[in-house]
Design a protein around this ligand. Structure first.
Ligand SMILES: Cc1cc2nc3c(=O)[nH]c(=O)nc-3n(C[C@H](O)[C@H](O)[C@H](O)COP(=O)(O)OP(=O)(O)OC[C@H]3O[C@@H](n4cnc5c(N)ncnc54)[C@H](O)[C@@H]3O)c2cc1C
Length: 416
């Protein structure tokens, strides 16, 4: 990273201003964390391209996607979130202080939330850009099927998504014409989907074909296919075209830093944690089953909440557990385990014995395992003794109050 850039400090940097990033920012802003959100294109993300969102709970009147995301943006601003309309060029994610670099600045922060979403793969055929999203080319059957009731649609692709979404479209459209790259009977989807599709009376197939061109006045009305064997053009009249030839996650910027699937989706656990401490990911950019606004919002809420917990835990760890003023005893226990809970009484006795010359912490891993993880403690109960902010002794498993007192007496003269 270049050194001349201005450096600013934040608690949380959110990369991506779609539904997921906006929600994460609302949560972290509400937790009074100094939060900045970066967006390189449109705040609101992919949802802003959708004319009617029929399936986002609480909005029965089929609002435009941007009506929903504008409200999220307003809410984030009310929570004190700052917005930076710029492309994040690179990031340094390892270590306690993370760095996010834009064209002009470097932003240092404690937590990074990756919410860069993705983009549908397109065919690259002639005139395609003219009809993208609300002009006839769609990438989401769940979103746009109802608008094609009793209409004729073309589906591009023959993978699982294409065939399953194509089948879903037959519940609404009167005809679904599928362009397949391969020879008759060969598809990229699973056998069950293939059999069902071939039997579906509303589905027709154009084998050995690719898209050559899109045509229409304002709105798409013809997909011109090309026969791969003869090079002949096959014009197909239609009301909409659905492209299902893949989705590309926007993860180039964190490539080689974060664990991803083979296809470039970020791997997280259910707390939206990535493989790097203090780095969370949410929304379409992560490896997940259903990519929708509702699930992006759910992910974002978890990521924002997890960020707050991570920062609080980090502060407790450095300022309380590893404090340097006095020797420290940290008792890590599980409140649901009677044996470790009972030892709390012995811990209190030890605390009284040292009459304020010892800092005693009690950490219940049932509520959160973060502190235990940072101390590399995997078995409970455990006692960690620290001197001048460094771990001196670790007692794991069987607890013996006398032994702990003796150890404390011997490791630190001022405790006596
Ligand atoms: C045509 C279409 C219609 C849809 N209709 C519906 C629907 O009706 N209902 C529904 O629930 N879902 C719908 N979806 C799905 C829904 O839009 C997505 O699931 C949702 O937008 C995901 O939100 P996100 O925040 O994860 O990602 P996105 O909305 O993709 O937002 C990610 C943002 O990150 C930004 N970004 C990426 N990289 C960087 C970087 N390096 N620096 C700064 N910013 C960056 C991008 O510009 C983008 O704005 C539709 C999708 C499509 C394609």
């Amino acid at each position: 990273m270049s050194r001349e850039k201005k450096v600013e400090q934040y608690d949380v940097c959110v990369i991506g201003g779609g539904a997921a990033g906006l929600t994460a920012a609302i949560y972290s802003g509400r937790a009074r964390l100094k939060t900045i959100l970066f967006e390189k294109a449109l705040v609101g993300g992919l949802a802003t391209y959708t004319n009617e969102v029929e399936n986002y709970p609480g909005f029965p009147n089929k609002p435009k996607g941007e009506e929903i995301t504008n409200l999220m943006k307003e809410q984030a601003k009310n929570m004190g979130v700052e917005f930076k309309l710029t492309d994040v060029k690179s990031m340094e994610l390892s270590g306690e202080v993370k760095k996010v670099e834009t064209f002009r600045n470097i932003y240092e922060c404690k937590v990074v939330i990756l919410a860069m979403g993705g983009r549908p793969r397109i065919t690259g055929a002639e005139n395609e850009n003219k009809y993208l999203f609300d002009k006839g080319i769609s990438f989401c059957a769940t979103c746009d099927a109802a608008a094609n009731t009793d209409k004729t649609v073309v589906v591009i692709g023959s993978g699982d998504a294409a065939i399953e979404e194509g089948m879903f479209l037959t519940k609404f459209a009167k005809k679904v014409i599928v362009s397949v790259l391969h020879h008759e009977g060969k598809m990229d989807c699973n056998e069950i989907a293939k059999e069902a599709a071939l039997k579906n009376p509303k589905m027709e197939f154009v084998w050995n074909s690719t898209v050559k061109r899109f045509e229409g006045e304002e709105h798409l009305d013809t997909v011109v296919l090309r026969d791969l064997r003869t090079d002949e053009e096959i014009p197909v009249k239609c009301d909409s075209c659905f492209e299902f030839i893949g989705y590309i996650p926007n993860t180039e910027v964190v490539k080689d830093q974060i664990k991803m699937t083979r296809n470039g989706y970020i791997l997280t656990n259910e707390k939206m944690e990535t493989n790097i401490e203090g780095v969370f990911s949410c929304g379409d950019v992560r490896d997940k089953w259903l990519k929708q606004v509702a699930t992006a919002v759910g992910d974002g809420a978890i990521a924002g909440y997890a960020a707050e917990k991570y920062i609080a835990e980090s502060e407790t760890f450095h300022e309380v557990i590893l404090q340097k003023e006095k020797p420290g005893l940290t008792f890590i226990y599980n409140a649901v385990d009677a044996e470790s809970r009972d030892f709390l009484i012995e811990i209190e006795k030890i605390e009284n014995h040292f009459e304020g010359r010892l800092v005693v912490n009690r950490v219940d891993i049932y509520k959160s395992s973060g502190i235990a993880d940072r101390l590399n403690v995997t078995e409970f109960p455990a006692v960690i003794l620290t001197v001048e902010g460094k771990v001196r002794e670790r007692i794991i498993g069987e607890m013996d109050a006398k032994r702990i007192t003796n150890l404390l007496d011997s490791i630190c003269i001022e405790c006596k």
